[in-house]
Design a protein around this ligand. Structure first.
Ligand SMILES: NC(=O)c1ccc[n+]([C@@H]2O[C@H](COP(=O)([O-])OP(=O)(O)OC[C@H]3O[C@@H](n4cnc5c(N)ncnc54)[C@H](O)[C@@H]3O)[C@@H](O)[C@H]2O)c1
Length: 367
């Protein structure tokens, strides 16, 4: 599925996710939080804005003022992955009920992937499903979690164990809000951007290599283009395989390794995108070791990740521990682990059963 992307020049982009009656638009532009489309989506019905305290303090007022909503229609949760739990879900649906939201009500999720996943799941469950609008405020949420309809929360026994597929009605990616995002979170989002190039678009990969300076300088136009191309890739895959029966699994390139690294370090050391960066390189190196892909493609990936200042060295962890977490990955299938490897830049594929010695060598090697 190696496609070559035409790179446009406009800072305002639109992407359609085609899912029949559940199709929706992604608007990528400065000031998207004040878009007419949001007012239209919310007109004449009860709405609740869900955010976290950090993002809410910065941007909630823009949405509340634009929709003429009182502050009681804004719920600010404490920020962070540790709050993506059942208690926060209960807080959201309780507020919806207190506000008298009916089946025609609408939730607006303003924040990163944590808020989007939680509010999306609340929208899926409240009165068996109400509309919701995603307003992603991290780069990761813009290019990944806000698109495609996966929602959920964590249980003490594992990440994302409870969830539902529930597509938003609209996605508004206001790229101006990224100006307040920390450098580390911004770079973590870049890992998911590079992933789309790595799995299916060699032309996009070339372009990212050429744009390193603008990417590192957070040039607005470059970001808008990166977000739009990434969303187009995700939208196309989701339209063909909404429930991950096949092709959507390619989006997990680097994630099986990445999850093992995140879990192996108790989710304390690496951001998700950082773990994905290291994991993508491990997947590329395993592909080379198994004779599937040229070694120089793994080297190009390594150079691009380093150029945008993402980590490439895995934390040192016992091999046994890594194997334990690899086996627990929920994308593992009966009869062996399912890995997403590649034949080279832009050509990912699903591989069942990998060379054990090559796997161990990759897991133990520092770059
Ligand atoms: N549903 C999916 O398809 C999908 C895909 C990938 C990841 N996820 C989930 O996404 C979550 C991670 O999302 P994330 O990386 O966006 O983290 P996050 O939601 O925790 O946000 C990261 C931090 O940045 C802050 N922040 C967000 N936007 C900001 C802004 N514009 N300015 C200043 N600060 C801002 C937040 O308050 C938070 O502290 C994980 O729970 C993961 O499981 C879901």
């Amino acid at each position: 599925m190696n496609r070559r992307t035409a790179i446009s020049q406009t800072p305002s982009e639109r992407v359609s996710v085609s899912l029949g009656q559940r199709s929706y638009e992604i608007l990528i532009e400065p000031d998207a939080l004040r878009a007419r489309e949001l007012r239209e989506a919310c007109a004449g019905r009860g709405c609740l804005l869900v955010t976290d305290q950090t993002v809410g303090a910065l941007y909630a007022e823009r949405i509340l003022a634009g929709l003429d909503l009182p502050s009681s229609h804004c719920l600010s949760l404490p920020p962070g992955e540790q709050h993506k739990h059942l208690g926060s879900f209960e807080t959201i649906v309780t507020r919806m009920a207190e506000l008298g939201l009916r089946r025609d009500g609408c939730l607006i999720a303003l924040g990163g992937g944590v808020v989007g996943d939680l509010a999306g799941f609340a929208a899926a469950a409240y009165m068996r499903g109400v509309d919701f609008v995603q307003c992603p405020t991290t780069l990761l949420a813009m290019v990944d979690s806000s698109v495609g309809g996966k929602t959920g929360l964590n249980l003490p026994s594992g990440k994302n164990l409870v969830g539902a597929f529930w597509q938003p009605q609209l996605v508004l990616a206001d790229i101006e809000v990224l100006s307040t995002l920390s450098d580390r979170e911004y770079r973590a989002g870049l890992a998911e951007v590079i992933k789309y190039a790595a799995i299916g678009d060699a032309g996009f990969f070339d372009w990212l290599e050429q744009q390193v300076e603008q990417i590192n300088a957070r040039d607005t136009q470059t970001i808008a283009q990166m977000v739009a191309i990434s969303c187009r890739h995700k939208a196309a895959i989701v339209a063909r395989d909404e429930r991950e029966a096949g092709e959507r699994a390619l989006l997990n390139f680097g994630h099986t390794f990445g999850h093992a690294l995140e879990a192996g370090t108790d989710y304390r050391t690496l951001l998700h995108g950082e773990a994905v960066a290291i994991g993508m390189l491990q997947a590329a190196r395993l592909s080379s070791a198994m004779g599937m892909a040229p070694q120089q493609d793994a080297e190009r990936l390594s150079q691009l990740l380093r150029a945008v200042k993402l980590p490439v060295d895995p934390p040192r962890l016992p091999l046994q521990r890594l194997h334990h977490h690899l086996a627990l990955d929920k994308k593992a299938v009966a009869g062996g682990l399912k890995f997403i490897l590649w034949r080279g830049i832009g050509q990912a594929e699903i591989v069942r059963g990998v060379d054990q010695r090559a796997l161990d060598a990759v897991l133990q090697s520092q770059q």
